[in-house]
Ligand binder design. Structure first.
Ligand code: SAM
Length: 239
Protein backbone atom coordinates (compact mmCIF):
# COMPACT_ATOMS: atom_id res chain seq x y z
CA UNK A 1 0.00 0.00 0.00
CA UNK A 2 1.07 3.57 -0.60
CA UNK A 3 2.88 4.88 2.48
CA UNK A 4 0.40 7.75 2.74
CA UNK A 5 -1.65 5.78 5.26
CA UNK A 6 1.23 5.79 7.78
CA UNK A 7 1.88 9.44 7.19
CA UNK A 8 -1.73 10.39 7.75
CA UNK A 9 -2.22 8.08 10.73
CA UNK A 10 0.68 9.93 12.37
CA UNK A 11 -0.66 13.28 11.25
CA UNK A 12 -4.17 12.83 12.65
CA UNK A 13 -2.86 11.40 15.93
CA UNK A 14 -0.86 14.53 16.55
CA UNK A 15 -2.77 17.25 14.72
CA UNK A 16 -4.14 20.01 16.86
CA UNK A 17 -6.99 22.04 15.47
CA UNK A 18 -5.33 24.56 13.17
CA UNK A 19 -6.96 27.13 10.98
CA UNK A 20 -5.92 25.15 7.90
CA UNK A 21 -8.27 22.34 8.73
CA UNK A 22 -11.01 23.88 10.84
CA UNK A 23 -12.89 25.49 7.98
CA UNK A 24 -14.00 23.99 4.66
CA UNK A 25 -11.77 24.91 1.75
CA UNK A 26 -13.04 28.21 0.41
CA UNK A 27 -12.20 27.00 -3.10
CA UNK A 28 -14.44 23.98 -2.66
CA UNK A 29 -17.27 26.13 -1.32
CA UNK A 30 -16.84 28.61 -4.16
CA UNK A 31 -16.69 25.90 -6.85
CA UNK A 32 -19.83 24.18 -5.63
CA UNK A 33 -21.74 27.44 -5.25
CA UNK A 34 -20.74 28.47 -8.76
CA UNK A 35 -22.15 25.20 -10.11
CA UNK A 36 -25.27 25.37 -7.91
CA UNK A 37 -24.23 22.12 -6.27
CA UNK A 38 -23.65 23.21 -2.69
CA UNK A 39 -27.22 22.42 -1.61
CA UNK A 40 -29.10 19.16 -2.08
CA UNK A 41 -31.37 19.27 -5.13
CA UNK A 42 -33.78 16.72 -3.66
CA UNK A 43 -34.78 15.11 -0.36
CA UNK A 44 -32.37 12.63 1.15
CA UNK A 45 -29.46 13.67 -1.01
CA UNK A 46 -26.24 11.91 -0.14
CA UNK A 47 -22.70 13.14 -0.48
CA UNK A 48 -19.54 11.04 -0.24
CA UNK A 49 -16.54 12.72 1.38
CA UNK A 50 -13.79 10.48 -0.02
CA UNK A 51 -10.51 10.95 1.86
CA UNK A 52 -12.38 12.92 4.51
CA UNK A 53 -9.38 13.63 6.72
CA UNK A 54 -10.60 15.03 10.01
CA UNK A 55 -13.99 15.87 8.61
CA UNK A 56 -14.10 19.59 7.80
CA UNK A 57 -16.01 18.95 4.55
CA UNK A 58 -18.26 16.29 6.06
CA UNK A 59 -19.27 18.89 8.65
CA UNK A 60 -19.91 21.54 5.98
CA UNK A 61 -21.89 19.17 3.73
CA UNK A 62 -24.14 18.10 6.60
CA UNK A 63 -24.75 21.75 7.49
CA UNK A 64 -25.71 22.39 3.85
CA UNK A 65 -28.32 19.62 4.12
CA UNK A 66 -26.68 16.45 2.77
CA UNK A 67 -26.53 13.09 4.47
CA UNK A 68 -22.84 12.22 4.37
CA UNK A 69 -20.78 9.07 3.96
CA UNK A 70 -17.20 9.75 4.97
CA UNK A 71 -14.25 7.51 4.22
CA UNK A 72 -10.52 7.61 4.57
CA UNK A 73 -7.70 5.12 4.25
CA UNK A 74 -6.42 6.34 7.63
CA UNK A 75 -8.25 4.92 10.64
CA UNK A 76 -7.03 7.91 12.67
CA UNK A 77 -8.66 10.28 10.18
CA UNK A 78 -11.99 8.49 10.46
CA UNK A 79 -11.70 8.59 14.25
CA UNK A 80 -10.98 12.33 14.17
CA UNK A 81 -13.97 12.93 11.86
CA UNK A 82 -16.19 10.95 14.18
CA UNK A 83 -15.07 13.00 17.19
CA UNK A 84 -15.62 16.26 15.29
CA UNK A 85 -19.13 15.35 14.07
CA UNK A 86 -20.10 13.93 17.46
CA UNK A 87 -18.98 17.08 19.28
CA UNK A 88 -21.20 19.12 16.94
CA UNK A 89 -24.22 16.83 17.33
CA UNK A 90 -24.03 15.87 13.63
CA UNK A 91 -23.08 12.22 13.90
CA UNK A 92 -26.59 10.95 13.14
CA UNK A 93 -26.29 12.48 9.65
CA UNK A 94 -23.08 10.62 8.87
CA UNK A 95 -21.91 7.12 8.07
CA UNK A 96 -18.16 6.84 8.58
CA UNK A 97 -15.88 4.05 7.50
CA UNK A 98 -12.19 3.39 7.01
CA UNK A 99 -11.60 1.87 3.58
CA UNK A 100 -8.51 0.54 1.81
CA UNK A 101 -9.85 0.66 -1.74
CA UNK A 102 -12.33 2.79 -3.61
CA UNK A 103 -14.26 -0.38 -4.52
CA UNK A 104 -15.37 -0.55 -0.88
CA UNK A 105 -17.67 2.47 -1.27
CA UNK A 106 -20.27 -0.03 -2.53
CA UNK A 107 -20.63 -0.88 1.21
CA UNK A 108 -22.79 2.22 1.58
CA UNK A 109 -25.28 0.86 -0.98
CA UNK A 110 -25.95 4.44 -2.01
CA UNK A 111 -26.21 6.40 -5.13
CA UNK A 112 -24.53 9.69 -4.38
CA UNK A 113 -25.57 13.11 -5.59
CA UNK A 114 -22.16 14.52 -4.88
CA UNK A 115 -18.70 13.04 -4.41
CA UNK A 116 -15.98 15.23 -2.91
CA UNK A 117 -12.34 14.15 -3.23
CA UNK A 118 -10.39 17.13 -1.99
CA UNK A 119 -6.60 17.17 -1.93
CA UNK A 120 -6.10 13.43 -2.05
CA UNK A 121 -6.39 11.84 -5.50
CA UNK A 122 -2.64 12.30 -6.08
CA UNK A 123 -2.07 10.06 -3.03
CA UNK A 124 -3.60 7.11 -4.88
CA UNK A 125 -0.11 6.73 -6.32
CA UNK A 126 -0.71 4.93 -9.64
CA UNK A 127 -2.55 5.59 -12.86
CA UNK A 128 -4.55 2.39 -12.40
CA UNK A 129 -5.81 3.38 -8.93
CA UNK A 130 -6.52 6.90 -10.13
CA UNK A 131 -8.66 5.59 -13.02
CA UNK A 132 -10.39 3.08 -10.72
CA UNK A 133 -11.46 6.00 -8.56
CA UNK A 134 -13.38 7.52 -11.49
CA UNK A 135 -14.83 4.15 -12.57
CA UNK A 136 -16.18 3.45 -9.08
CA UNK A 137 -17.25 7.02 -8.39
CA UNK A 138 -19.31 7.05 -11.60
CA UNK A 139 -20.89 3.68 -10.81
CA UNK A 140 -22.04 5.08 -7.47
CA UNK A 141 -23.25 8.45 -8.72
CA UNK A 142 -26.80 9.40 -9.68
CA UNK A 143 -27.41 10.62 -13.21
CA UNK A 144 -26.55 14.35 -13.14
CA UNK A 145 -24.63 13.82 -9.91
CA UNK A 146 -21.22 15.46 -9.69
CA UNK A 147 -17.69 14.72 -8.57
CA UNK A 148 -15.62 17.64 -7.35
CA UNK A 149 -11.92 17.14 -6.80
CA UNK A 150 -8.46 18.68 -6.89
CA UNK A 151 -5.32 17.54 -8.68
CA UNK A 152 -1.89 19.09 -8.11
CA UNK A 153 -0.42 21.52 -10.60
CA UNK A 154 3.22 20.94 -11.50
CA UNK A 155 3.96 23.60 -8.88
CA UNK A 156 2.22 21.75 -6.08
CA UNK A 157 4.32 22.10 -2.97
CA UNK A 158 5.02 18.35 -2.79
CA UNK A 159 6.25 17.88 -6.33
CA UNK A 160 9.51 19.83 -6.38
CA UNK A 161 10.83 17.29 -3.87
CA UNK A 162 9.79 14.35 -5.99
CA UNK A 163 11.52 12.37 -8.69
CA UNK A 164 9.68 10.73 -11.57
CA UNK A 165 9.84 6.93 -11.45
CA UNK A 166 7.70 4.88 -13.81
CA UNK A 167 5.54 7.93 -14.50
CA UNK A 168 4.81 8.46 -10.81
CA UNK A 169 6.32 11.04 -8.55
CA UNK A 170 8.21 9.42 -5.72
CA UNK A 171 8.85 11.42 -2.62
CA UNK A 172 11.11 10.31 0.14
CA UNK A 173 11.22 13.24 2.50
CA UNK A 174 7.50 13.26 3.01
CA UNK A 175 7.59 11.90 6.49
CA UNK A 176 9.74 14.78 7.64
CA UNK A 177 7.10 17.15 6.43
CA UNK A 178 4.46 15.71 8.72
CA UNK A 179 6.35 13.79 11.31
CA UNK A 180 9.10 15.19 13.48
CA UNK A 181 10.76 11.78 13.98
CA UNK A 182 13.04 12.22 10.95
CA UNK A 183 12.28 8.79 9.53
CA UNK A 184 12.14 8.74 5.79
CA UNK A 185 9.83 6.71 3.71
CA UNK A 186 9.06 6.50 0.03
CA UNK A 187 5.63 7.56 -1.08
CA UNK A 188 4.45 7.67 -4.66
CA UNK A 189 2.11 10.26 -6.03
CA UNK A 190 0.32 10.10 -9.35
CA UNK A 191 -0.36 13.49 -10.90
CA UNK A 192 -0.83 13.53 -14.69
CA UNK A 193 -0.54 16.78 -16.65
CA UNK A 194 -3.68 18.85 -17.18
CA UNK A 195 -4.22 17.98 -20.84
CA UNK A 196 -3.96 14.25 -20.14
CA UNK A 197 -6.57 14.55 -17.44
CA UNK A 198 -8.90 16.53 -19.69
CA UNK A 199 -8.54 13.93 -22.48
CA UNK A 200 -9.26 11.14 -20.06
CA UNK A 201 -12.40 12.81 -18.68
CA UNK A 202 -13.56 13.52 -22.23
CA UNK A 203 -13.20 9.81 -23.04
CA UNK A 204 -15.61 9.02 -20.18
CA UNK A 205 -18.38 11.00 -21.91
CA UNK A 206 -18.97 13.36 -18.99
CA UNK A 207 -20.05 16.92 -18.73
CA UNK A 208 -16.76 18.42 -17.61
CA UNK A 209 -16.08 21.68 -15.96
CA UNK A 210 -12.52 22.64 -15.16
CA UNK A 211 -12.80 25.52 -12.81
CA UNK A 212 -9.49 26.99 -11.92
CA UNK A 213 -5.83 26.65 -11.28
CA UNK A 214 -4.81 27.83 -7.86
CA UNK A 215 -1.16 28.70 -7.63
CA UNK A 216 1.00 28.11 -4.66
CA UNK A 217 2.36 31.03 -2.68
CA UNK A 218 5.93 32.24 -2.43
CA UNK A 219 8.63 29.97 -1.06
CA UNK A 220 8.61 30.08 2.72
CA UNK A 221 5.30 31.90 2.69
CA UNK A 222 3.27 31.78 5.86
CA UNK A 223 0.07 31.40 3.86
CA UNK A 224 -2.20 28.50 4.76
CA UNK A 225 -1.45 25.07 3.36
CA UNK A 226 -4.44 25.47 1.09
CA UNK A 227 -3.00 28.60 -0.50
CA UNK A 228 0.46 27.07 -0.79
CA UNK A 229 -0.72 23.86 -2.42
CA UNK A 230 -1.08 24.63 -6.12
CA UNK A 231 -3.95 22.64 -7.56
CA UNK A 232 -6.58 22.40 -10.27
CA UNK A 233 -10.25 22.14 -9.36
CA UNK A 234 -12.52 19.98 -11.51
CA UNK A 235 -16.23 19.29 -11.44
CA UNK A 236 -17.43 16.32 -13.49
CA UNK A 237 -21.16 15.74 -14.00
CA UNK A 238 -22.65 12.42 -14.99
CA UNK A 239 -24.62 13.38 -18.08
C1 SAM B 1 -4.47 16.50 2.40
S1 SAM B 1 -5.53 15.40 3.28
C2 SAM B 1 -7.12 16.04 2.79
C3 SAM B 1 -8.22 15.67 3.74
C4 SAM B 1 -9.60 16.26 3.40
N1 SAM B 1 -10.06 15.87 2.09
C5 SAM B 1 -9.59 17.77 3.54
O1 SAM B 1 -9.59 18.47 2.51
O2 SAM B 1 -9.55 18.24 4.69
C6 SAM B 1 -5.44 13.90 2.33
C7 SAM B 1 -6.30 12.76 2.87
O3 SAM B 1 -6.31 11.69 1.92
C8 SAM B 1 -6.30 10.47 2.64
N2 SAM B 1 -5.87 9.42 1.71
C9 SAM B 1 -4.62 9.18 1.24
N3 SAM B 1 -4.62 8.11 0.44
C10 SAM B 1 -5.92 7.67 0.39
C11 SAM B 1 -6.57 6.58 -0.27
N4 SAM B 1 -5.89 5.73 -1.02
N5 SAM B 1 -7.91 6.43 -0.08
C12 SAM B 1 -8.61 7.28 0.71
N6 SAM B 1 -8.04 8.31 1.37
C13 SAM B 1 -6.71 8.50 1.21
C14 SAM B 1 -5.35 10.75 3.78
O4 SAM B 1 -5.45 9.80 4.83
C15 SAM B 1 -5.77 12.15 4.17
O5 SAM B 1 -6.80 12.13 5.12
Amino acid sequence: MNGSVNIYDQEYKSRSATEDWMMPSENLVRALKLCGLNRPLKNNSKALDFGCGDGRHSEWLIKEGFGVCSTDVSAEAVKASRIRLDSLGLLSKADLRQIENIQEISYFKKEFDLIVAWELLHWLGTKQKWQSFFDEALKNLFLEGAIVFTMPTENHFLLPNAKLVNKCYVINDQVNFFDKSEKTQEVSLYAPPLQKMKNYFKSLGLKQLYLARFEHGREGSKASLEVRSGYYVFVLCKA
